[in-house]
Write a protein that binds this ligand. Structure first.
Ligand SMILES: NC(=O)c1ccc[n+]([C@@H]2O[C@H](COP(=O)([O-])OP(=O)(O)OC[C@H]3O[C@@H](n4cnc5c(N)ncnc54)[C@H](O)[C@@H]3O)[C@@H](O)[C@H]2O)c1
Length: 321
């Protein structure tokens, strides 16, 4: 089978997507790549691994040729908070990276996965049950690159027949790798701090409501979407997906039910609060359900139980080393 190449593979999603792809398609058929240069022992631990800067078109061409790549999961990007701190770099990485991926896909006939985000919406979008097709006027550079990225994927599908597929992912909660500078990082940090310290200071207000999903559901959604019969897909830019619409206080309360005494106080970061306030409170993901059978398994309670158990063993194992 043609090989799968993952860009930005060392991030929060890649750390779980690569093992899942390897379990399904075989370890040698999935090439992990990232901007980070790993020492030989680190690269060997996740082999096959290659250094790849997605803003360098030539590097992408060489990798796709060398490994006979048929599918690219393009994860490399700057996330919302990091992007707002460095807008010019965010444009370069998020847009040049995707453009290079789509061009190489055009040259070699690759299928492409593009992770869009709830950040592709803005303050003029209906915030509750945001429809699949809605106004997209984001006020962050991250959102601008995600909308432009969606449109570019749509264009390459329509104009060149490239098999582009995408998801508008909500905040992802996970225990394997720490998040990389997004506005929803508080949701992950809350779990780590609950297990380690029993308390957390949250950078968004208690009543901030956003969509979230547990990483195993996100990984399953990406792989299911990519395996779906092409004729079933009405949308080539990105599908709305979500598993829960929750406030910071509701996540804190779910954790406190299982970690007695856990407390959260709130010191609002105006930059990240403004970003969160411009995003939907809940998405309508009925198109994903209808077109390719999207069905997340975890709700807030079951995610909390699993997350706390796995984090406790991860942190205990780290302590005993
Ligand atoms: N994590 C979430 O909650 C979330 C939600 C919605 C969308 N997304 C999207 O999913 C994708 C992956 O997110 P993540 O959370 O794993 O991000 P992350 O920040 O954890 O990881 C991104 C990876 O990209 C790499 N990278 C940065 N610049 C690069 C370059 N020029 N070339 C190659 N690699 C480069 C980084 O080294 C990092 O390992 C992004 O496009 C992000 O916008 C993530």
């Amino acid at each position: 089978m043609p090989t799968i190449l993952v860009t930005g593979a060392l991030g929060q999603i890649g750390a779980e997507l690569v093992p899942a792809l390897r379990a399904r398609y075989g370890a040698d058929n999935v090439i992990a790549t990232d901007l980070k240069v790993l020492p030989p022992s680190g690269a060997a631990a996740i082999a096959p691994y290659a250094h790849l800067d997605c803003t360098e078109a030539q590097q992408l061409h060489e990798a796709v040729q060398r490994y006979d790549v048929g599918t690219i999961y393009h994860l490399a990007a700057l996330l919302s908070a990091s992007a707002e701190a460095a807008p010019q770099l965010a444009w370069s990485v998020n847009m040049s990276g995707l453009y290079n991926v789509l061009e190489v896909a055009r040259g070699y006939g690759c299928q492409v996965f593009f992770p869009s985000s709830i950040g592709a919406f803005g303050p003029t979008t209906p915030r509750d049950l945001t429809p699949q097709v809605a106004v997209q006027r984001p006020t962050t550079i991250y959102g601008v690159t995600k909308v432009a990225g969606e449109l570019l994927c749509d264009y390459y599908a329509g104009r060149f027949g490239i098999d582009t597929r995408g998801l508008r992912l909500p905040g992802l909660i996970s225990y394997v790798a720490v998040p990389g500078g997004g506005t929803t990082d508080y949701a992950v940090e809350m779990f780590y701090h609950a297990v380690r310290y029993g308390r957390y200071t949250c950078f968004l207000s208690a009543d901030t409501r956003l969509d979230m999903m547990y990483m195993p559901d996100a990984i399953a959604a990406m792989m299911d979407l990519m395996a779906t019969d092409s004729g079933r897909l009405r949308y080539r830019n990105a599908y709305n997906v979500t598993a829960m619409s929750v406030t910071s206080a509701e996540i804190a309360a779910a954790i406190a039910r299982q970690v007695p005494g856990f407390t959260v106080d709130y010191e609002v970061d105006p930059v990240r609060q403004a970003i969160a306030d411009s995003w939907p409170r809940s998405l309508d993901d009925s198109a994903a359900h209808a077109d390719w059978g999207f069905a997340p398994r975890y709700d807030l309670e079951t995610m909390t139980t699993d997350m706390l158990a796995r984090l406790a063993s991860k942190l205990a194992a780290a302590r005993s080393r």
